[in-house]
Design a protein around this ligand. Structure first.
Ligand SMILES: [Zn+2]
Length: 449
């Protein structure tokens, strides 16, 4: 009894310590340099007494969390944050403007083409001469010869055929002798219960591009084809459910997963789903207003989701199941090795110094390949209908785990840890469980429709 009483007192003490003490989680230090016109303070404070930043009252969420957006002048900016008799001083230095080195150089077109070949595997071929993620049109293997027609911004302009060009980073290629048209030697296809597998054999590797709607692979620099382009098409009986295409030697292997027959009563039955809890180990991810770490919140939601999906008959693989570090490629390898059909990465969001944490909230879902957009749409719709998070949109973005997995892959930013209201939901165990239920319901809806 006394023990229990002591435990209650202790827990009250711990609770008041963690919620009511003035604690700033961002900026991470009281003396920092921030190269931005604005920044913000994020942390926790006593909800019963006024919180003041340089004398101005700041509202504190009932959970104890707060976020306060401030302007920064050039040079030193001093802030005093006060909550009752607790006080913290911050000095934030905004560096003077430096001359911009990002002036765009004009495009140079060569009078005579030169030739290069890819220097390693998984090199992005892009539609524009910038590294902006979703302008990738293919990922090429090592040793693919290319015709260079010009350059811009550190990228070579690659001539694909008479009308199409693409761009590749100069550092990803090395010079080569020349380039002969390749010859298509044979085409074979095999089919098992899970995959359509096509083998397209050439006498040499060549540059290619995969498109989803309609599904096609365009091979360039092919002899005896109109505009030197051989277009491989395949009428898919159902929608896409993950695929991969790559050169193995001089043979292009295209593996297209068949969309499984869905049992309308138990749509998830026997489906292989990979759940990826973002960050982990020494990588914390974002920090919430009350000091919670994104990696821990991600893991809790991911475990609840695994439980929920297993209840509905799915076969679940987790990329991590504890507080472990896992590299991005490791997460991709786990997914592809286990032949996951659906890949769900769980994260919590934050914003850069330029954005106000109070004005950014809600659930956003990211996909890379258009094949996964209907899944993203269905999951977001289910989440916002049954959870307190607002709709922060489905977007296409080039996240490595989503881009490199041969699955229907999405990344869910459940809410913003730096937004006091979202943060209070993210750390609520009931809401974490409900989040898992709504994600599972969204996947089921996608499968049934
Ligand atoms: Zn994250």
């Amino acid at each position: 009894m006394i023990m229990r009483f002591a435990a209650v007192i202790l827990s009250l003490f711990l609770f008041s310590q963690s919620v009511y003490a003035l604690d700033i989680v961002y900026p991470k230090s009281q003396n920092v340099t921030i190269n931005s016109t604005t920044t913000f303070f994020v942390g926790s404070a006593d909800t019963t007494i006024p919180l003041k930043v340089n004398g101005k009252t700041v509202s504190v969420h009932k959970s104890g969390g707060f976020a306060y957006f401030v302007d920064l002048n050039f040079g030193e900016n001093n802030f005093t944050i006060e909550s009752g008799d607790q006080k913290q001083n911050f000095t934030i230095v905004r560096p003077k403007l430096q001359s911009s080195s990002t002036i765009q150089k004009p495009e140079i077109n060569y009078e005579t083409p030169m030739f290069v070949s890819t220097a390693k595997d998984n090199i992005p071929l892009r539609s524009t001469p910038v590294d902006d993620g979703i302008n990738r049109i293919a990922h090429l293997q090592e040793g693919i010869p290319l015709t260079v027609a010009g350059e811009k911004n550190g990228f070579y302009k690659i001539r694909l055929n008479g009308s199409q060009n693409a761009w590749i980073s100069i550092k990803d290629v090395s010079p080569c002798e020349g380039l002969q048209p390749v010859h298509l030697l044979s085409r074979t296809s095999v089919e098992d219960d899970k995959y359509y597998i096509f083998k397209i054999e050439f006498d040499q590797k060549t540059v290619y591009q995969i498109e989803e709607s309609p599904f096609s692979v365009k091979f360039y620099n092919v002899a005896d084809k109109p505009d030197s382009t051989f277009i491989f098409t395949f009428p898919l009986p159902q929608r896409l459910a993950g695929y991969s295409g790559y050169f193995e030697g001089n043979t292009f292997i295209l593996k297209i997963r068949k969309f499984p027959d869905i049992d309308k009563k138990r749509p998830l039955k026997n489906l292989k789903i990979v759940i990826d809890a973002g960050h982990g180990g020494n990588e914390n991810g974002a920090t919430g207003c009350l000091g919670d770490k994104e990696k821990d919140i991600n893991l809790k939601i991911a475990r609840n989701l695994a439980h929920e999906l297993r209840l509905h008959g799915a076969k679940v693989v987790m990329t991590r199941n504890g507080d472990e570090s896992a590299g991005l490629q490791e997460r991709v390898d786990i997914t592809n090795k286990n032949d996951g059909m659906i890949f769900i990465s769980i994260h919590g969001n934050a914003v850069p110094d330029s954005l106000n944490p109070n004005e950014n909230s809600g659930t956003s879902i990211y996909y890379y390949y258009p094949q996964a957009k209907p899944l993203a749409d269905a999951v977001l719709k289910s989440m916002v209908s049954g959870l307190p998070f607002k709709d922060d949109k489905v977007r296409q973005r080039s996240f490595a785990v989503v881009r490199n997995t041969n699955a229907l892959s999405i990344l869910i930013e459940v809410g913003y840890l730096i937004n006091p209201s979202d943060n209070s939901y993210l750390i609520d165990e009931e809401i974490q469980k409900q989040t898992a239920k709504q994600i599972a319901a969204g996947i089921e809806k996608f499968l049934k429709d």
